[in-house]
Design a protein around this ligand. Sequence first.
Ligand code: PLP
Length: 424
Amino acid sequence: MDTKQITPQELDQQDPLASYREQFLFPQHQGAPVGYFTGNSLGLQPRGVRQEVLRELDDWAQQGVEGHTRARKPWLPYHEFFSASLARLTGAKAAEVVLMNGLTVNLHLLMVSFYRPQGKRRKILCEGKAFPSDQYALRSQLRFHGLDPEENLLEVMPDPETGYLDEDAVVAAIDQNQDELALVMMGGVNYYSGQWLDMPRITDAGKRAGAVVGWDLAHAIGNVPLKLHEWGVDFAAWCSYKYLNGGPGATAGAYIHERYHGQEDLPRFEGWWGHDKDSRFAMPDRFQPIPTAEAWQLSNAPVLSMAPLLASLRLFDEVGMDALRQKALHLTQYLAQTLETVRSQTGIALRIITPQPESQRGCQLSVVIPEQGRRIFDYLTAHGVVADWREPDVIRLAPVPLYNNYQDVHDLGQKMIKAIKENS
Ligand SMILES: *Cc1c(COP(=O)(O)O)cnc(C)c1O
């Protein structure tokens, strides 16, 4: 694909998803929308969100407790309104997904069921330099079981040459530890490098080793196509405020493969919202799990923190992951070309550390700019570009196919060139 001669305006005109940009609210800088490249951190607000939240406020005001059954979207089964869409996004059955809690909370709850160290099979394998919350969760789970994280957490470090994980090394580490591995838990798309791991291959390797395999999908859901059920993934969890645009602190999600549903003897922290729906209000004293992923719910649905997501998932349902992925590939390729233009026009030592092959990345590119990185980042911020800085020298840029356009990317490139030239 050579888009060099084509203007960004023409690319935007040819983009079948271009109109979706209008469905989102952009922060403004000097009267114009910012160049927003941080949808991987907090997705923008869909216009439809306000109506979803206001409906719940009105139903609460007018109906009080009756809203549990009589609200336009009744609160009692509120979480169920999300299952079909989340199932499409994760490649799961609707019964295998549930919207609940926060991401890190879900990781812990799922590990209660799925990290069961026994005998010498007690190690956890994860990626090196995992997102801090995941590291804390894994280490504290080990300590909770009386195990030393230094001995029992196996971290496969990124290749120092490329800055991302060598999948052969991951599989080799799984094979080498196959008698001692209890759990393989990794980020599907790495938050720092933007690398999308070969999830079916690593899931396979983990299962062959006799381990349980779980994925953190924080940077994967709504970004890359997933087939959790088909891949045989045991469990997964994600947050809803990044690519899913659910709003700050939005309610997170979890996936549990159906092979674990309905098992009363599976260790699990239990609460009344996981109990069989027909007898829940009879308040029996023995827990009987709902035979779906809902069994892992503890509390009733936080309706106000879930409502925004309905507006966003409607857009995902309309567009579908196939079309979204098509645009993401094209837009991210355009960003890569734009960065190459910045490099060649200025001679700056700019390097993309996200893997180049399409199959190994979502829409994010992580860019290392030695020495000048921070200054360029600050210039961009002052000139209406919202990007993300990670110490020591990485700028993360995520052109999000639902609302970013080619003009955003082109303008970013122009501003980077100015930033570099103004300094020299
Ligand atoms: C964003 C992110 C989190 C955030 O955790 P919360 O529980 O939602 O605060 C955790 N892990 C990864 C990999 C992330 O990208």
